[in-house]
Design a protein around this ligand. Structure first.
Ligand code: NAD
Ligand code: GLY
Length: 370
């Protein structure tokens, strides 16, 4: 007889935050196994927050598995897209909680990508001043980054993720099987956040990614599992030291200052978040070179890897003045001075200011002419 399939996680990565500690489970067939959810606080009610794309794929599977844990499992499917990461959509979560008379023990499950995860986390932080929530990321980007570390937020037309809270989940479950239905463009967007961890902290990961990028793009399970695990380990290490971004955690925003300007400048949803971050990393690398920290071959090395991962490496021509205006609305900006995450040597990052004239040169060099 063939052995029964096992849903035990392949890897468990702990996030150490005192009484807010929790594990990240990484593996296959985790979603539909009731054992996956055994450590979630017991409660009468649960709300699965998902979106119109993910609901038909995975909501029923999760709902069934949760029936052993909660008496009533409700589902709310939000409209899909970064352009819906706002107050109006957030309110749909509160509507579902209140219409079902959910109490303060109700557990929220964020089933989807980073947009669903960020909004569900923010709703969990605010509903009745805080209810437990679980991250069930179904995109590569969410599995390697957004589901981990407790940053939750919605966008404002003027700036991305400007309204939110730090609020940690009780558990993160990365079921690698869900990635099978992810479109190629979204998979590439997730690779951008994995590649990010190389230049900022782990040159061995960068070497490994260069050697395995083709097989990773082919979604070989063992390789994807390794990339997700290593990314979560690095993020767990950083967040464990600086949960609220007093210093070190800012390095995780490598590429994000330019990237957020691309997203807000083009209109949310035009470029994917991972695409904007990937291109933002190219721009931040050029800035690092002009500041004298890294050499041109290193910039080209990372750029070539991003290109192989199917990501855009030339920025949209918003105009240097518009980029600067958008980048001043950034959580790292201090008194209107833009702060950039730069690579101060391969495998290490730091936060620095830079003269506007130098930033303009970088933008003009890295963006398509108008
Ligand atoms: P997303 O949530 O928009 O998901 C991408 C697309 O994939 C969506 O259309 C979604 O419906 C679809 N999808 C999700 N899972 C799928 C699956 N298994 N099969 C098929 N389709 C699927 O985008 P994302 O890239 O996951 O996340 C980006 C968001 O995350 C941004 O809003 C960004 O600001 C945020 N983010 C947050 C953090 C953090 O620390 N909180 C970190 C990085 C990014
Ligand atoms: N994605 C950046 C952070 O979690 O800090």
């Amino acid at each position: 007889m063939p052995a029964a399939p096992t849903a035990a996680p392949l890897h468990e990565v702990p996030i150490s935050l005192g009484d807010r500690s929790y594990p990240i489970h990484i593996g296959a067939a985790l979603l539909s196994d009731p054992a996956t959810w055994a450590a979630v606080p017991p409660s009468t009610q649960a709300l699965i927050v998902t979106n119109s794309t993910v609901a038909p794929l995975y909501a029923a599977r999760l709902e069934q598995a949760l029936e052993a844990r909660h008496k009533a499992v409700h589902i709310v499917a939000l409209p899909d897209g970064e352009e819906h990461k706002n107050w109006q959509t957030l309110n749909l979560i509160f509507d579902a909680l209140l219409e079902n008379a959910c109490d303060r023990r109700t557990v929220l499950y964020a089933l989807g990508g980073g947009v669903v995860g960020d909004m569900t986390g923010f709703a969990a932080a605010s509903y009745m001043r805080g209810v437990p929530f679980v991250q069930v990321p179904t995109t590569l980007l969410a599995q390697v980054d957004s589901s981990v570390g407790g940053k939750t937020a919605i966008n404002h037309p003027v700036g991305k993720n400007m309204i939110g809270a730090f609020y940690q989940p009780r558990l993160v479950v990365c079921d690698l099987d869900t990635l099978a239905t992810l479109p190629a463009r979204e998979f590439s967007a997730g690779l951008a956040e994995i590649i990010k961890y190389g230049p900022i902290s782990d040159m061995a990961l960068l070497d490994w990614l260069e050697a395995h990028i083709d097989r990773l793009m082919g979604r070989e399970t063992a390789l994807v599992a390794h990339a997700v695990r290593r990314s979560c380990e690095i993020k767990a290490w950083v967040v464990g030291q600086d949960e609220r971004e007093a210093g070190l955690r800012a390095i995780l925003n490598f590429g994000h200052t330019f990237g957020h300007a691309i997203e807000a400048g083009l209109g949310y949803g035009q470029w994917l978040h991972g695409e904007a971050v990937g291109c933002g990393m190219v721009m931040a690398l050029h800035l690092s070179r002009r500041l004298g920290f890294v050499d041109a071959p290193f910039v080209e090395r990372v750029t070539a890897l991003l290109r192989k991962a199917g990501l855009p490496t030339v920025g949209p021509a918003l105009g240097a003045s518009r980029y600067l205006e958008l980048m001043r609305v950034d959580k790292k900006a201090e008194g209107g001075e833009i702060k950039f995450v730069v690579i101060d040597r391969p495998g290490s990052a730091a936060v620095r200011g830079a003269p506007d004239a130098l930033v303009r040169e970088v933008i003009e060099h890295c963006c398509r002419p108008e």
